[in-house]
Each structure stands twice: as C-alpha cells, then as structure tokens.
Design a protein around this ligand. Sequence first.
Ligand SMILES: [Zn+2]
Length: 274
Amino acid sequence: MPELPEVETVVNVLKPQIIDLTVSRITINKPQVIAYPAVEEFCTRLTGQKISGMKRRGKFIIICFASGDQLILHLRMTGCLLVTPAEDNIADHTHVIFELENNTQLRFIDTRRFGRFWMIKKGEEDNVSGINKLGIEPFDAVLTADYLQSILSNRKKTIKECLLDQSLIAGIGNIYSDEILFRANIDPMRKANTLNSCELERLAAEIPRTLKYYMEKNEITPEEYLKKQGRGYNNSSFLNVYGQDNKLCPVCGEILHRRVIGGRSSVYCQNCQK
Ligand SMILES: [Zn+2]
C-alpha cells in the first residue's frame, strides 16, 4: 500500500505534467471508484476545468482546480495514477481516464478497486473523504516530544498501532512504522503511554527523518515512473526491517522477528528495540 513517501513521489512526478492543463473529457469505466458525488455530476462539473495544483495530505492526493474545486484521491492498496500519451494502450483495470488538452491522459488504474475519488466543490465542506479526520503531518513543526506525549499519554494501545492511526499522525503505514520504530530503537509492542521522554524525543526526530530519507530514495524520473506503471518504488531496497523477517539486523546482526500487532505484521530487532 502506498504510504506518504510513495504518494509524495506520485505528486512530484505527475504535478509538472498536469498543471495548467484543462480536462477535456472524463471516461469512467468503474463507477464504484467515484465515491462522491454521483458519477454524472462528477464528470459534468470537472469537464472543462483547469488544473491549478496537486498536493498530498496524509496518504491522500489532492488535485486543485482554478475554480477552487478539488479532486481528492486515495490510492488504498493497489491504486496508481499515470500520465500517458493518449494513444498508449489502455492497461487492464483502468477505471478512470481524464483526457487533457495536450493529448495526454491522466489514468487511474487499480487491480483491487479499493481506491476512491471525491470531488469537493469550492466552499463545500469535505465531510466525505476522511481528510477532515486526519492528524498532523509528520513534517509539521508541531511534532515534538511534548506533542507526542500529549497525544500518547492516554493511549493503552501499542506504539505500532498508534503510528498507524491516521487521526494522530497522517501518512504512516505498515512499512514506515516498522522503519521509524527500528531507527528510534523502540519495540513496536510497547504500550504508547509507557514511552519515556528520551524515547519520545527519538520518535519525534525519527518520524520526519525516516520519511524524508525514503522520499529521497524514491526519486524517479517521469519516464521511469511510466515504464514501471507507477508501481516501482526505488526505496524498497533501502528498507532495514520491513519484510525482512528471519534476516539479520543491519545494526547488531541478530535475527529479525515478525509479530502480528493489532492485525498488522511488524518486523523488529529484539536486541536493538526495547
Ligand atoms: Zn539489532
């Protein structure tokens, strides 16, 4: 599932390719991916609109229009966005096509079909996408040890589950929660309300540092991105623990273990993470 660094990559690659272009036509092959409003209104309203920006919030992608309307997308498990020449073959599982005025297309492809679009009109309150329930951004200066203390001190859940909770901090998923906790030397099973000030300091530092590191490792050219159909993540070979169970800890050489915590698997080093 794409997490903050991957969504950031999508935005960085696609934004220069779609900004200032007008949507000339929209084709929807799977109406279920349009969560809000009704498909007809979605198409009618956005056709003819000029794209003025693209940004990320948590794991959501937001495409802004000059009118003030916004198109919100969550890729969920397998969704991906591509900008392709109009004449390129249409891949299987292409559910939405935005034709752009320069003879390119913004295509949404999703094998498992969990990805969703919402269109929010200018001035309309967004109570539908879930963005309004997100916690702070990991790069927000507000994220300090004191802030973590304030949001975690009454949580009896594990720190792993708290990092996955989008209403606390937005954008972190299973991959980067494992990596953040490894770098902060914190056992993912620890109850969040038991972390001491030293551990909270490490966590506050490692959340943005880890995400930034993997964002940088994810850098990709638009050509390579398209060649890999938006699914190639260059940073996966730099992961220390995620998906590495039964391999050796890159720091101490002990075997990495996998535990299921709150229904999600977590890989960690029993020796380095306390
Ligand atoms: Zn270790």
